[in-house]
Design a protein around this ligand. Structure first.
Ligand code: BES
Ligand code: MN
Ligand code: ZN
Length: 498
């Protein structure tokens, strides 16, 4: 889709559809009033019929409005003018875009961005609009043998004009570039997440990283099983030993910063299918464990965005990729392995495999002398129970880093919620036979998982994001969300600017 920032009076707009906001009740927005006078009161007459009262998210499509040069006007309800907040804005934008998609219009001009949204600037409005437009045209069924009719015939929205007051052209243009980069990163992460385990294997993830390094100035390196053996990654390899698919440790670098500047390191869990291993998961919804590489997907999506935006930072993505399957060779409950850090781990549950691959990747990260390390993982069902599907769990004992990530989440509308990481929880991981057990009981499951990781991150600033509840949606609209690519990209671009 093509986006442009313009400033044209609505009555002079030549796009196939002009999108106009209406507040409750029956209050035309400023551009609506301009159109109304140009059409000699036609819009007011429509309002008087009661067909559009401005309820948030409602739409009314008008054809051949008198005196206007375009075929359609789409009226979009914005709700009460004094309650036009982030949520109302997003509801109206989504209603406008889906209204547009059900017309045959291939171009449209949005006149919704002038309205003041409490606490949000024009950059936010542009970014959310572009992300919503990408999300609506996203096709999850790429593996279906038949394509969508409308898309075949070319009758889809191709051009979206964002009408913005001249004073804002400059920030709007920058916001558009950032939004496009985030949207492309989100799409990459969604596509990878949605791919089934038989296609998206550790090898496939490695190939995707390599092809990103061809398309963008990124550097990719892939470590094989024998390399990991040499490094002593006994924990990661224990997870991989139950699968016929070879594990990969993917390292993707964006060298946008000064030579020698300490990098931001992003570590993404890349379990391409999590059956639970010998501690087999129940059958219901087990297909969703193809999403257990969404942390990895978000790292790839974020590096893509960072490369496209040429962020002046050094960024390193590390992805420990493996399947978790039960096999004659698979790791068993009670097995004790030695991690790269030298700490021994008693694997009491083979389904707590995420932390086992992450701990070795986190130790590996030390060699880059990182400024900060953030790991991103669909780590625990317990996090979904705690926070549901709106906030990702954030764990860190660095208050400054926490507030930086929280703020990036708010700015990106991809929010996190801080969870405790107190030492009080650590004894739950005690083992009689090894340095640490890989599970800490049912109580505070997402916290003890984070506590496990914390044992491997003593040498740098670190935060952990548990995205088990936010990385994909279940049910009728099942699919990857691309989160937390927006959050991470905001985090990085803010760092790059300061
Ligand atoms: N990938 C799962 C976490 C998960 C479960 C994410 C459900 C989203 C939905 C992870 O590997 C796992 O199985 N965790 C276990 C840990 C337990 C054995 C301590 C869990 O959450 O049940
Ligand atoms: Mn598991
Ligand atoms: Zn898992």
């Amino acid at each position: 889709m093509e986006f442009s920032i313009k400033n044209t009076q609505p009555e002079k707009q030549r796009a196939a559809c002009v999108v106009i906001g209406v507040f409750e009740s029956r209050q035309l927005s400023a551009s609506g009033q301009e159109l109304d006078s140009a059409s000699q009161g036609y819009l007011s007459k429509i309002m008087a019929t009661g067909d559009m009262n401005g309820r948030v998210g409602s739409t009314l499509l008008l054809h051949h409005v008198p005196q206007l040069g375009n075929e359609r006007v789409l009226l979009v309800g914005l709700g009460k003018a004094d309650a036009f907040d982030s949520k109302a804005f997003l509801t109206s934008i989504n209603a406008a875009l889906s209204g547009l998609n059900s017309t045959g219009a291939t171009s449209a001009a949005l006149y919704l961005l002038d309205e003041v949204v409490a606490g949000r600037d024009i950059a936010w409005k542009i970014e959310q609009t572009v992300l919503a437009a990408y999300a609506q045209r996203f096709q999850p069924g790429k593996l279906k043998s038949k394509k969508d009719d409308a898309k075949e015939s070319g009758k889809v929205l191709k051009k979206l004009i964002l009408n913005v007051a001249p004073a804002y052209t400059k920030i709007a243009t920058a916001a558009l570039a950032q939004a496009r980069a985030i949207a492309a990163g989100v799409e990459l992460a969604k596509d990878l997440g949605n791919l089934p385990g038989n296609i998206c294997t550790p090898t496939y993830l490695a190939e995707q990283a390599q092809s990103l390094a061809k398309e963008f100035p990124l550097k990719c390196e892939v470590l094989e099983r024998k390399d990991m053996e040499k490094l002593g990654m006994g924990s990661l390899l224990a997870v991989a030993q139950g699968s016929r698919q070879p594990p990969k440790l993917i390292i993707l670098r964006h060298n946008g910063g000064k030579k020698g500047a300490k990098p931001v390191v992003l570590v993404g869990k890349g379990i391409t299918f999590d059956s639970g291993g010998i501690s087999l998961k129940p059958g219901a919804e087990m297909d969703e464990m193809k999403y257990d590489m969404c942390g990895a997907a978000s790292v790839l999506g974020t590096l893509r965005a960072a490369a496209e935006l040429k962020l002046p930072l050094n960024i390193i993505g590390i992805i420990p990729a493996s399947e978790n399957l039960p096999d004659g060779m698979a790791v068993k409950p009670g097995d004790i392995v030695t991690s790269m850090s030298g700490q021994t781990i008693e694997i009491l549950n083979t389904d707590a495999e995420g932390r086992l691959v992450l701990c070795d990747a986190l130790t590996y990260a030390e060699r880059f002398d990182p400024e900060v390390v953030i790991d991103i993982a669909t780590l625990t069902g317990a996090c979904v129970i705690a926070l549901g599907h709106h906030a990702s769990g954030l764990f860190s004992d660095n208050d400054e880093l926490v507030s930086e990530i929280e703020q990036a989440g708010v700015a990106a509308h991809d929010r996190v919620w801080r969870m405790p990481l107190w030492d009080d929880y650590q004894p739950q991981l005690d083992s009689n036979f090894a340095d640490i057990a890989n599970i800490g009981g049912r109580a505070g499951g997402s916290i003890t998982a984070a506590c496990f990781l914390s044992r491997f991150t003593k040498k740098y600033n670190w935060a952990h994001l548990d995205i088990a509840g936010t990385a994909w949606k279940s049910g009728k609209d099942k699919g990857g969300t691309g989160r937390p690519v927006p959050l991470l990209t905001h985090f990085l671009s803010k760092r790059a600017a300061s």
